[in-house]
Design a protein. Structure first.
Lengths: 253, 254
């Protein structure tokens, strides 16, 4: 990440970055940001899952070792399930885009006039007119690959899938799930009985929800406390629901 | 009907959609992308969550009624949590893109010469040259919003915010798919509660629904239905297997 001492300094450094072709990595943080959704999704559910386990055994006064084993095993199993779900979802999305591309190619082949007119409309909307417009349409439609791409983005608002990496997305979900989900379990590492540690586990859950929520602002640029509170409120809602379901089930089983 | 007529018919239908101006919805089903990944995600996790509950109580010889109540309660709580996770994840994605867009706005305002050069390179790559290229650069850079849109799209693959799916749509799809698909492994406990080997039936129901939903994805994919069905079956069953083993392990510990 670049550090800037002033606006002038920022402008100078970015001019340099543009010259060396590094504007992307340095200024836009895209590489990390690409997986922000998967990371947030995984860490959020990891926290709630662990809290649900901890809440479920809170009344039972089990030893800390057992809570750790229960929580740890649950993290691995549920984390794997979540990651596999994310893998399938990303893959479906990717395949959907691919089929739409095939359809667009079909349209260009079979309905060339209509598709040419759509390119004309897209470039007209950009502000092209007269001879320039006709020449622009000519250039785009003389290259079928470019033509398809312009239609995908301009008409369907679908991005091509060069950015989709289902395996990386799934791995990001799994790792964030396990790491963030380990936090509510931490109090049990310090050898207290589970009833006592539950208070601490709740405090840790609140803290990690807020921290992960506000950490998002590194790539989202929103106010850190607002993002933290958003994740905290939604997380506590889900955790409360999990807690009462646990209570209900405890009285049944 | 022979193939030629079939093709002609399809061309006519799509041509009519172009005239009606609803081609994006009719031929491309652009609405699908709002819900597809959320639904697949929810269905997979709903099935595995319920299967884990069923597997967890399989050894405990609890009554079918208790299994149903446990399964339902778990579906609601986990489904809600998953949907919220999906909501936060997608929202963070979009906020990240909005931040990238704001940086692009800043660049256009403070480094117009460099950004103008980047537009020139984008249009040069499309095949524009000479006077037409300069005209194109002029047209794009005279409209700041368009300029930023073109940069965000070409450089970062970011579409204009107004065209993006609302995060709550994906979350809703996750919740509904989670509950509907997650109910299936519970069905044997509802239909034949007294059956001796009911866990085996639940296992079969789990495998069937995984395969079914997997193959339904072929509606939005060019791969064949049975490969897609097998893919989801394998991925889902391995996750269910891990959940089952963990359950057995924990049963020994506690």
């Amino acid at each position: 990440m670049l550090g800037f001492s002033s606006v002038q300094d920022k402008i100078e450094k970015l001019k340099q970055a543009h010259l060396t072709g590094k504007a992307d990595e340095q200024f836009h943080k895209l590489v990390f940001g690409r997986y922000i959704g998967d990371a947030v999704y995984g860490s959020y559910d990891g926290i709630i899952t662990s809290f649900a386990v901890v809440a479920g055994v809170a009344g039972a006064n089990l030893s800390s070792a057992i809570v750790l084993i229960l929580g740890g095993a649950n993290l691995l199993a549920t984390g794997f399930s979540m990651a596999s779900g994310n893998y399938l979802a990303r893959k479906s999305e990717m395949e959907y885009r691919k089929t739409e591309r095939v359809k667009e190619e079909w349209e260009i082949k079979n309905l060339a006039d209509e598709e040419r007119q759509e390119i004309r409309e897209i470039y007209q909307a950009k502000g092209f007119s007269g001879v320039d417009l006709e020449r622009a349409v000519e250039i785009i439609t003389s290259n079928p690959k470019l033509w398809t791409e312009e239609m995908m983005r301009g008409e369907l608002k679908i991005m091509d899938d060069k950015d989709a990496h289902p395996i990386q997305s799934a791995a990001t979900t799994f790792v964030s799930f396990v790491l963030a989900g380990a936090v509510p379990l931490l109090p049990y590492v310090f050898g207290r009985v589970s009833g006592e540690s539950f208070v601490w586990a709740t405090i840790f859950t609140v803290l990690v929800l807020f921290s992960v929520g506000s950490l998002r602002t590194v790539v989202t640029g929103r106010r850190w406390w607002l993002s933290g509170i958003e994740m905290l409120v939604i997380g506590l809602l889900a955790a409360t629901l999990a807690y009462f379901v646990g209570e209900l089930l405890g009285s049944l089983a | 009907m022979n193939q030629d007529e079939e093709l002609k018919r399809r061309i006519e239908i799509v041509r009519q959609a172009h005239i009606d101006g609803n081609e994006a919805q009719v031929h491309h089903r652009t609405w699908v992308s709002d819900y597809l990944s959320g639904a697949v995600l929810g269905a997979n996790d709903g099935i595995i969550t319920t299967f884990a509950v069923v597997a967890g109580v399989a050894g405990a010889a609890l009554s079918a009624k208790v299994v149903l109540i446990m399964g339902f309660a778990n579906l609601l709580a986990d489904g809600f949590s998953m949907a919220m996770g999906n909501y936060l994840g997608e929202k963070s994605n979009q906020e990240h893109e909005a931040a990238e867009r704001r940086r692009e706005v800043w660049e256009v305002e403070h480094l117009p010469a460099e950004e103008r050069q980047e537009i020139r390179e984008i249009y040069e790559a499309k095949g524009f040259k000479g006077e037409l290229l300069e005209q194109a650069v002029e047209v794009i850079t005279s409209d700041k919003e368009l300029w930023v849109n073109e940069m965000a799209l070409a450089e970062h693959g970011i579409l204009p915010a107004a065209t993006q799916a609302k995060p709550w749509k994906g979350a809703l799809a996750t919740f509904i798919a989670f509950i509907l698909a997650g109910l299936v492994p519970l069905l044997p406990y509802l239909i034949v509660p007294g059956y001796d080997n009911i866990f085996f039936l639940a296992l079969v129901a789990t495998a069937l629904i995984l395969f079914l939903i997997g193959s339904l994805r072929s509606l939005f994919s060019d791969r064949s239905w049975w490969i897609l069905g097998l893919e989801m079956l394998l991925v889902g069953m391995s996750a269910a297997g891990v959940a089952y083993l963990v359950g057995v392990l924990l049963g020994n510990v506690v």
